[in-house]
Design a protein around this ligand. Sequence first.
Ligand code: GLN
Length: 461
Amino acid sequence: MVKELHQNLIKKKISVKELYLSYLEKIKKEDDFYGSFLYVNFENEKEIERAQKMIDEGKADILTGIPIAVKDNILVEGMPTTAASKILENFIAPYDATCIKKLKEKGALIIGKTNLDEFAMGSSTENSAFKKTKNPYDPNRVPGGSSGGSAVAVSKDFVPLSLGSDTGGSIRQPAAFCGVVGFKPTYGLVSRYGLISMASSLDQIGPFAKNVEDAKILFLNIMGPDKNDATTIKEFKFKEINKSKFKIGIPKEYFGEGLDPRIENLIFKRLDEAKNLIEIKEISLPYSKYALECYYIIMSSEVSANLARYDGIRYGPRKEDEDIFKVYSKTRNLFGPEVKRRIFLGTFVLSHGYYEAYYLKALRLRRKIQEDFINAFKDVDFIITPTSPTLPFKFGEKQDPISMYLSDIYTVSINLAGVPALSLNGGFIDNLPVGIQIIGDHFSDLSLFDFAQKLEQIWKF
Ligand code: GLN
């Protein structure tokens, strides 16, 4: 799709402005209902002109003139950036995140900011302080989260591409729920500079697209080392895996109990359809049974540290009071219940006496989970699992936080291990999309895209 749009632009079948306006039109018409955007960039004349000039002068890149939506926890200079939180209401980003800077250099156009769970904490986008986002296949159901808005924007063709962030599944799970492609890169390949931190050792920015090729294009245009993010990797080589038959690991811990049996059946049917391309091997990732607990301890610890900066002094609104402590506490009361819960949990597990019992133990477990993957990839090329244990659920269905956390059971280990993973649509059950997760070894990102593209061609949805 992006290649086609690019061809239309350089062959002058359509101007940058016409293309941009056609997407704006769709957003204006339909997004009041779906609620994927928190902010739409109606005034983008200068950037549109610049992109058109690049095209006219023969300096166009594949993304020149292509509209892109951005999750509202990624900074775009001059646009509101709220992380869907009251504590950042009316905050205007003073600079561009590195990924945005890269995209703007290529002449891509940022068309708006998308809805999310507050500070990217959640699996349904219901935790947004501002609005509900609806699932494109059934408006009574959630779009997944936390990057629900970005997933819906692509699914409904409000944009050809969008960006999300993934700390424990927030790109892959909403991609699965909305029937699109979502990719979480190897940790350190995409700069986090200008991404509002949730849990820094887990967060990665990544693409949403309608197909694998487009997701790869967006990834290639945002990745690379960055002096502003010390965790970006300076020197590396992509791991190349190019075979006529791929060896695929099916981890036994990711199937059976806890998984909707209809999803399990569908995945095995799809694997069977791909039998000329893949050879299947049952594997074990024994430490995955601790992944969710490990994730919630490490993530909350980092959350409690990262969110300490929202004190009413430096960012966003301030609740005035007679002394500074009251100002802090009144202002921090603007956080929603899920954010508060995680700050409490993180502060608790990092406190004196509990640090060793919880946080250090979780770090050790994280190492074991990483080793599970390292060992598995000595033997198999990729691992295939469901992206989510359930189909998209109804609004309000998961009131109990633990039941919501269980939505991430198949995605969090990937962030703990730092490996790349992609969610690809594997078809539909009762008209609702099912995501299939393909996990790769560190730095196998490009081969993973190529492999996913082969599966996409076989499955053709
Ligand atoms: N749903 C997970 C959580 O609530 C993951 C969030 C994310 O990846 N940002 O923590």
